[in-house]
Design a protein around this ligand. Structure first.
Ligand SMILES: *Cc1c(COP(=O)(O)O)cnc(C)c1O
Length: 478
């Protein structure tokens, strides 16, 4: 299996060559040359694998279709190390919880940081460690976070050989629980940098450092952002696991409702569907930042400036452009790299938008690729959290609430919809209290976390100072 760029660069690469990379050299995103097809016999085999041997074995088989440059026994060991009951809380790893007739939740947030990003990031940590060791190389991961991504990355990379993490966050702006999660890590290879500023300031510093190519090379700077293909691939696995749990045979179909921001999660669903997993529809749920809903309704993709990007109570979906969206558009326009390049490198980059409403392919987004969408607001979120609690005594977080709201709105009679639960309520306690008048449930292992000692370095929003800090802390022998 080799990988191409959505913008037509002639190079073809193997999995481990793109593992540690971000964008392709032409600014495109990596995708496999073709999606491996899962036929009936293979689907039956995968179902049996999940039932008899568990999630790690299923992950190994799905990943093997895409990774041909890691020996099978090593890849199997990496999957076994990653998807354990200890790390994810249950032997099913991603168990289903029924709500009402035709709607259930798939629990993706019982990993170390209580958000679905652990599903991919935990694997990435083990893949990075393996590949860096093989190359005799090191990597300094630099990132900016407003919450979920940073903690998932730190918990995945803590204690890993050859990897250091420098994570910038806006000082005092994350929820107390999120701050406690990140700052209580005492691992020497994890560096929390709290910037006196907002998330955009953190993001700007990361960009400035990454644009200094010499610094970047000399300090072996890398990222773990959501366009990383390995992250997306890891997410494909739980669509299979959800499908197998929700059905008793491979002729049945299910739909997935996915709380969406950067389009990474639902893009993994798209990949699973293209492989032949019997997914009926992919329901994209957005919050007030409705870039994606607007596209699926109108054919116009219009990115927003920071003034038009709202701070909402489902903050991990507060995006102004969906960084993985180019992957889907590439498939939608018949894998035409010239058209894709024109749409993203010319129209979006220059005019901040493109319009496919009159393009013959737009119609296919729903008819052929199964996409529909909807939007949820703060009021919807509160109401949904309340209703699910009253009707089912199940407490859901704000992002999952967006998924449930849109699933209920879009569901057709007889349709079976799996809503992806993307975080646990404890991460967003304030809104849960607003909705229910009681504090959210807290998993036992996080009891008293806010009182733990903190390891964080507070700095001005100053690129030079951040570079100096990285320089002083990145050469420690591992
Ligand atoms: C990151 C995140 C999302 C959005 O996922 P995308 O892959 O960016 O679409 C939704 N919910 C939670 C809790 C998240 O952390």
């Amino acid at each position: 299996m080799r990988y191409l760029s959505t913008r037509g660069h002639p190079d073809r690469k193997h999995f481990c060559e793109i593992l540690l990379e971000g964008l392709a050299p032409d600014g495109g995103l990596y995708l496999p040359e073709r999606y491996p097809e899962v036929n009936e016999a293979m689907l039956a085999e995968l179902r049996k694998t999940y039932q008899d041997e568990g999630y790690a074995a299923l992950a190994f088989k799905v990943l093997s279709l895409y990774i041909d440059d890691i020996p099978q026994t090593d890849l199997r060991a990496i999957c076994d190390r990653t998807y354990t009951e200890t790390a994810f809380g249950t032997s099913a790893i991603v168990p289903l919880k029924p709500l009402e007739e035709g709607v259930c939740l798939e629990a993706l947030s019982n990993g170390p940081t209580l958000a679905f990003k652990d599903m991919a990031m935990q694997l990435l940590g083990n893949l990075f460690e393996y590949e860096l060791d093989r190359r005799g190389a090191e990597l300094n991961i630099l990132g900016a976070t407003s919450g979920d991504t940073g903690s998932a990355a730190e918990y995945a990379m803590r204690g890993k050989k050859g990897v250091r993490v420098f994570m910038l966050s806006p000082h005092g702006r994350m929820s107390p629980f999120q701050q406690a999660q990140m700052f209580s890590l005492m691992d020497e290879n994890i560096h929390n940098i709290a910037i006196e500023g907002v998330f955009d300031d953190c993001q700007d510093i990361v960009k400035a450092v990454s644009n200094d190519l010499e610094f970047k090379r000399n300090h072996k700077i890398g990222t773990v952002n959501s366009i990383n293909w390995a992250r997306l691939l890891a997410q494909v696995v739980y669509y299979f696991a959800g499908y197998f749990q929700a059905t008793s045979g491979n002729t049945e179909k299910v739909s997935f409702s996915v709380p969406s921001g950067n389009f990474g999660n639902v893009c993994a669903g798209h990949v699973a569907r293209q492989m032949g997993l019997p997914i009926d529809r992919l329901i994209v749920a957005t919050n007030e930042n409705d870039v994606l809903d607007e596209f699926f309704r109108t054919g116009v993709y219009r990115v927003r400036g920071s003034a038009d990007t709202y701070e909402t109570s489902s903050p991990s979906m507060d995006i102004s452009k969906a960084s993985n969206f180019e992957r889907f558009i590439f498939d939608l326009v018949g894998r035409d790299a010239d058209v894709t390049r024109q749409l993203f490198a010319d129209e979006v980059a220059i005019h901040g938008r493109f319009d496919l409403s009159k393009h013959p392919s737009f119609d296919l987004a729903t008819r052929q690729f199964g996409f529909v969408s909807g939007k949820s607001t703060h009021a919807d979120r509160l109401q949904t959290i309340r209703k699910v609690w009253e009707d089912h005594q199940v407490m859901i977080d704000t992002h999952t609430a967006d998924g449930v709201k849109v699933a209920r709105e879009r569901r057709l009679p007889q349709e079976n919809v799996i809503v992806l639960e993307t975080a646990l309520p404890i991460k967003f306690a304030e809104t849960i209290e607003e909705a229910l008048g009681i504090p959210p449930e807290r998993p036992a292992k996080f009891e008293g976390i806010e009182g733990l000692p903190k390891r964080v370095h507070v700095m001005q929003a100053d690129v030079v100072a951040v570079k100096k800090y990285i320089n002083e802390h990145c050469h420690v022998a591992t």
